[in-house]
Design a protein around this ligand. Structure first.
Ligand SMILES: [Zn+2]
Length: 340
């Protein structure tokens, strides 16, 4: 997989409903490759790519990745210049305290009651977002309003950092890894036609991908995403969900989708037969665009291929290139096998 492309994509800001800069970058990248394709952008902002193969496909196969990332939105500016906010997408408040967030060029820090000010049971509790503020260093609402407005959205102020050659961490890995892999697929002419969608607004309820699927009307679809690897502190194999470094995650179920059982088995077997490491999720956890695509049009045979990612939906999502490589090899193979 293309590490440089992942780094660039993770560095772009694009919370749900504000994917413009990510979309712009993706459209530029698509333009720069000379593979035969038709690219359209729908009214919601989904990017749809019909990638022409050397021959027509026997089955319409859609591969989807979402462009948006989790973030925050300013809901109120207090008289003391502090910003009240809500999260866009599901963000565990445990990871928020002390985080830097960025509204365009304006940086703020998420704060709240300091631990030495908490008494009794409060010390043991994780404060909710309702008890936090974003501090941009202003002392009055008038001063803050010159820099930000209610309704402004922010992202974590973390670019992708390489901890080792094979190991990265940063914001927006979910799902810029998927976008990276789709762009790599789009740069090679497949044997048979495939359809790609870079969708909007996944993190706030799988809103864009279903619309994309209505346009494409796939028979078979694959949601390409990141999923939580809980293989850290004190976890056991049955609670880890999946493990970083153990290959592409192929799901049989999550909270939004019961995947097509025959397709699930076929993908695991294809991985095994071709020396591509795959694993599954051993807990029914999380959800992704599969939930919307599966129920579109007249129904879709659905699969999901995900990156095992630690600290998902945090400023420091951690993952391995080897897992991204396994995903890309698997997706190339599926583009070939599922279109026959
Ligand atoms: Zn995702």
């Amino acid at each position: 997989m293309n590490k440089e492309l992942l780094t660039q994509l993770c560095g772009i800001d694009g919370v749900s409903g504000h994917e413009d800069a990510v979309r712009g970058f993706i459209l530029e990248q698509l333009k720069a490759t000379d593979t035969p394709k038709e690219v359209t952008v729908d009214a919601m902002g989904n990017v749809l790519v019909h990638l022409f193969g050397k021959q027509p496909a026997a089955h319409v196969v859609q591969m989807d990745a979402h462009m948006d990332e989790v973030g925050v939105i300013i809901t109120h500016i207090r008289p003391d210049g502090m910003l009240r906010f809500a999260t866009l997408g599901s963000v565990d408040s445990q990871v928020l305290f002390g985080c830097r967030v960025r509204f365009g060029k304006q940086i703020g820090v998420i704060g709240g009651k300091a631990v030495h000010q908490c008494g009794g049971d409060d010390k043991k509790k994780v404060p909710s977002v309702d008890h936090m503020v974003i501090d941009i260093g202003c002392v009055s609402a008038e001063e803050a309003e010159k820099l930000v407005r209610v309704g402004d959205t922010g992202t974590f102020d973390n670019t992708l950092t390489w901890l080792q050659d094979d190991l990265f961490c940063g914001k927006a890995v979910d799902d810029r890894m998927g976008c990276t892999l789709l762009l790599e697929l789009a740069s090679e002419q497949p044997e048979r036609d495939i359809w790609l969608s870079f969708s909007v607004q996944e993190e706030i309820g799988l809103r864009g991908a279903g619309v994309a699927a209505e346009a494409i009307q796939p028979e078979i679809a694959i949601a390409i995403d990141s999923t939580t690897a809980g293989d850290t502190a004190g976890s056991t194999p049955d609670t880890a969900v999946c493990c970083m470094g153990s290959g592409a995650v192929v799901s049989f179920a999550d909270r939004a989708t019961l995947y097509d059982a025959a397709l699930y088995r076929k993908i695991r077997e294809l991985g095994d037969a071709n020396g591509i490491p795959t694993q599954t999720k051993n807990r029914v956890a999380g959800a992704n665009n599969a939930g919307a695509i599966q129920r579109s049009h007249t129904g879709v045979q659905m699969a999901a291929v995900s990156l095992p990612c630690r600290y998902l939906h945090s400023p420091s999502c951690m993952g391995r290139v080897s897992d991204g490589d396994a995903m890309l090899s698997l997706l190339r193979l599926l583009a070939e096998e599922l279109t026959k």
